[in-house]
Design a protein around this ligand. Structure first.
Ligand SMILES: NC(=O)c1ccc[n+]([C@@H]2O[C@H](COP(=O)([O-])OP(=O)(O)OC[C@H]3O[C@@H](n4cnc5c(N)ncnc54)[C@H](O)[C@@H]3O)[C@@H](O)[C@H]2O)c1
Length: 326
């Protein structure tokens, strides 16, 4: 039976991946320091849910949680012991906070990744890295393809993700381990990070408070439902390449104005928009060309935005009824 280490497995995407792998019958270990970037209680609830899933799938012993920091060599050595695959999702995420704290982002996202890599001694261990569409910076040629230039990031966060891909190439070259970098395009769904736009907007719409509406509403994003991302990660785990980079996106692009419209429809309430200027570090458009991931991993985005927003809003309203969101 395969053993998989998921760094950042207590977080949004990580907890969905762990859940899927436990249901698939794999042994899963999580390394996460429960960073307080957002309410730690949410991560603890994710872990409780994962323990319950493991028990209900008849394998409580198939799930192990290690509380530890990526930058701690001892914690990383314990985490990688005996694993077949590492899915590295632990990071400081988010473009805007990285502009305030670039050194911390560099420390966790790059030093942390290097400490983790140093701990892996077995050249058979497959490595999958959670990269980001932000590496495409302000590129205007759409859709974004993996072969496009990505040497002009526009935020410290994006720079750490591009640097992570480069760092992993050097490690693969020297050590031979298979590496797949997956560029996720704005991921949403139940348990989404609370500072992300869809989550924030749902909070404002349901509370009747003003929603920060940046620019003229024409910025466009490619939104990807979390289960599609998880399916892409699992495909990358199962089809290792020597070194590869793939986009995982929704392969469609939606304006900010249209996104707010979807949320108003699903939540049954109008939004109060507070018009604000464009934000530094924001890019005008993201749009994934997923044809390479389609050909080589069998990836496809199967959740249209309207359907995914309905699922997110159903989860959000349940959280609200149970007093877990304000
Ligand atoms: N959510 C998105 O739209 C999106 C888009 C592109 C890329 N990504 C990438 O996907 C990954 C997961 O993102 P997410 O949205 O689930 O974020 P998240 O913040 O919910 O998950 C990240 C997890 O990493 C953990 N972590 C942070 N620093 C750590 C450290 N020093 N040691 C150990 N654990 C640490 C956190 O506690 C958290 O549980 C990140 O690498 C992120 O950059 C996410």
């Amino acid at each position: 039976m395969q053993t998989v280490l998921i760094t950042g497995g207590a977080g949004f995407i990580g907890s969905h991946l762990v859940e899927r792998l436990l249901r698939d019958g794999l042994c899963v270990r999580v390394l996460d320091n429960l960073d307080p970037f957002y309410d730690v209680a949410k991560k603890q609830r994710n872990l409780e849910m994962l323990r319950a899933v493991a028990s209900s799938c008849g394998g409580a012993s198939r799930f192990e949680f290690l509380l530890g920091d990526l930058r701690d060599a001892e914690a990383c050595r314990a985490a990688v012991a005996g694993v077949d695959v590492v899915v590295h999702l632990a990071a400081l995420a988010g473009v805007r906070p990285s502009i305030q704290e670039p050194v911390r982002y560099w420390d966790v996202n790059l030093l942390g990744t290097q400490v983790l890599l140093q701990a892996i001694e077995n050249p058979q261990v497959r490595f999958v890295f959670g990269s980001s569409s932000s590496v495409y910076g302000g590129n205007t040629k759409v859709p974004f393809a993996e072969s496009d230039p990505v040497d002009r990031p526009v935020s410290p966060y994006a720079a750490t993700k591009k640097s992570g891909e480069v760092q992993l190439h050097a490690w693969h070259h020297l050590r031979g381990n298979p590496v797949t970098c997956l560029r996720f395009f704005t991921v949403y769904g139940p348990r989404q990070r609370p500072e992300m736009a869809i989550h924030q907007f749902a909070r404002h719409i349901t509370n009747g408070t003003e929603l920060p509406f940046f620019g003229d509403g024409s910025t466009r994003r490619d939104y990807t439902y979390v289960e599609d991302i998880v399916a892409g990660i699992v495909a990358a785990m199962d089809k290792p390449k020597p070194y590869a980079i793939y986009n995982l996106g929704g392969a469609a692009t939606t304006s900010l104005a249209e996104l707010v419209g979807h949320l108003e429809r699903a939540l049954g309430r109008p939004a109060r928009r507070k018009l604000l200027p464009d934000q530094p570090g924001d890019v005008p458009i993201t749009y994934a060309d997923v044809s390479l991931a389609g050909r080589e991993l069998g990836y496809r985005s199967s959740t249209p935005l309207a359907q995914g927003i309905d699922k997110f809003c159903a989860w959000y309203m349940q959280e609200k009824r149970e007093g877990r969101v304000l």
